[in-house]
Design a protein around this ligand. Structure first.
Ligand SMILES: Cc1cc2nc3c(=O)[nH]c(=O)nc-3n(C[C@H](O)[C@H](O)[C@H](O)COP(=O)(O)OP(=O)(O)OC[C@H]3O[C@@H](n4cnc5c(N)ncnc54)[C@H](O)[C@@H]3O)c2cc1C
Length: 394
């Protein structure tokens, strides 16, 4: 399992240390906002891709903070990481460039990669230099991820990968791709899968855009045509990809981004319903927003439980599924409240008419992102299945 630092014990952050770090991240986000370095966005962890911003965070040691020191980290707790991610999400800061690598690819390499692979990738991710996209989904393999057909064939010194991945966020802007591929044909589809790291500059890799309903390009289709991948770029054990990726999905689903994608909008609603701010104080609207704030408090507690489980070395598969299921419902309810409380149409950024009405702009962003909330990272139906299985096996 996880690589231990040869000389250091993982640091257990005290409440005072966590509060100090939270204040530092909050202050920096405020400073950069005031300096015009970013505009707060809903869903900015997926759509706000800004490599310079990522490198600035990396300089402060805020990427890969839980990883051992000899691999570019600070060997801090997952609670310390949660403090950082919560504050950046709260600010609506553009963190997409490092999000996937920091959240799940780094931990996957740490859990299963050889020391050589760890040394090759983790310091670069922590420095904000290496960025990853996630090559899991295929046209006939989304919810049923074990049905992937991208094939990895053994050749001298490595593998040749051929196949097609779809809905790959930021593939056109990433230095590397994580790729789940079938390395062996067996009767049981959960067997014979292997995880690879593919350099996006390799011969045979092509990326084409898939434009979303807002006309924006963050999705892609990736095609691999006999792409050579060195043996050293296998993550973990050949054929054990399914059990490895299941643990990775807990990291993917169990973070505060499943709750806080619409936080900048919620904050705007809180402002709009303050008695001093409202033109005509509306008790019903204030109650609705207050209920959302209370629900957020409960969901944040769940995020802390997930972080605690990770600090104990567990991959909290069921807890993460519960968090994502409830979190994405919450995010949608924030949007519904936005429609009612703001009582004006959502506005689209870049449309030329969004200046001066930040709340309506945030509502516009959230409305456009919302269809993906309960789909990405596993649909709600799939999460319910995981939760139900977890309950019946107790
Ligand atoms: C914003 C966004 C970003 C994404 N980024 C990435 C990325 O970077 N990399 C990547 O690999 N993928 C990415 N995806 C893809 C995402 O993981 C898949 O869309 C998702 O897993 C669903 O797969 P599918 O689209 O094939 O839908 P399907 O699996 O075809 O599902 C269609 C519908 O059928 C339901 N369904 C399917 N099977 C069952 C079942 N057994 N029981 C009950 N209901 C079922 C589903 O819940 C859903 O409602 C992204 C998706 C979105 C929306």
């Amino acid at each position: 399992m996880m690589a231990e630092d040869p000389v250091q014990e993982r640091h257990r952050d005290t409440p005072e240390e966590l509060a100090e770090r939270r204040a530092a991240v909050r202050a920096l986000a405020r400073e950069w906002l005031d300096a015009g370095r970013y505009r707060p966005g809903c869903d900015a962890w997926l759509r706000g891709h800004d490599p310079d911003f990522t490198r600035e965070l990396a300089k402060r040691g805020w990427i890969g903070i839980t990883w051992p020191r000899h691999l570019g980290g600070a060997y801090r707790s997952h609670a310390a990481r949660l403090v950082i991610t919560e504050e950046l999400l709260r600010a609506g800061a553009p963190v997409a460039a490092h999000w996937i690598a920091d959240r799940q690819i780094g931990p996957a390499i740490l859990s299963y990669g050889t020391p050589k692979l760890q040394q090759e990738f983790l310091p670069g991710i922590a420095a904000g230099e290496l960025t990853f996209c996630l090559g899991m989904s295929e046209p006939e393999a989304g919810s049923d991820l074990a049905a992937v057909r991208t094939a990895a064939t053994r050749v001298p010194g490595g593998w040749r990968i051929s196949g097609r991945k779809i809905w790959t966020s930021h593939a056109h802007e990433s230095s590397h791709a994580y790729v789940l591929a079938r390395s062996e044909r067996t009767e049981r589809k959960h067997e014979g899968l292997t995880e690879f790291i593919v350099d996006m500059r390799s011969d045979g890799v092509s990326v084409s855009p898939i434009v979303d309903l807002a006309g924006r390009h963050h999705f892609n289709e990736m095609v691999f045509d006999e792409v050579f991948v060195d043996d050293d770029r296998v993550i973990g054990t050949v054929g054990e990809g399914w059990s490895q990726v299941t643990a990775q999905l807990a990291y993917e689903r169990g973070g505060p981004e499943r709750v806080l994608s619409t936080y900048p909008l919620l904050a705007a609603l809180v402002e709009a319903t303050r008695p001093a701010a409202a033109k005509r104080p509306d008790g019903a609207a204030a109650r609705e927003v207050g209920t959302l704030v209370a629900r957020l408090a409960a969901l944040r507690r769940m995020c802390w439980e997930v972080a605690r489980a990770m600090d104990e070395g567990r991959a909290p598969v069921r807890e993460a599924a519960v968090l994502k299921y409830l979190g994405t419902q919450f995010e949608r309810d924030v949007i519904e409240a936005g429609r009612q409380v703001l009582d004006r149409p959502p506005r689209l950024a870049g449309g030329g008419d969004d200046e001066g009405d930040e709340a309506a702009r945030l509502l516009g962003e959230a409305v456009l992102a919302a269809p993906g909330f309960s789909i990405r990272g596993g649909t709600s139906e799939i999460l319910l299945t995981i939760i139900a299985r977890g309950e019946t096996r107790r």
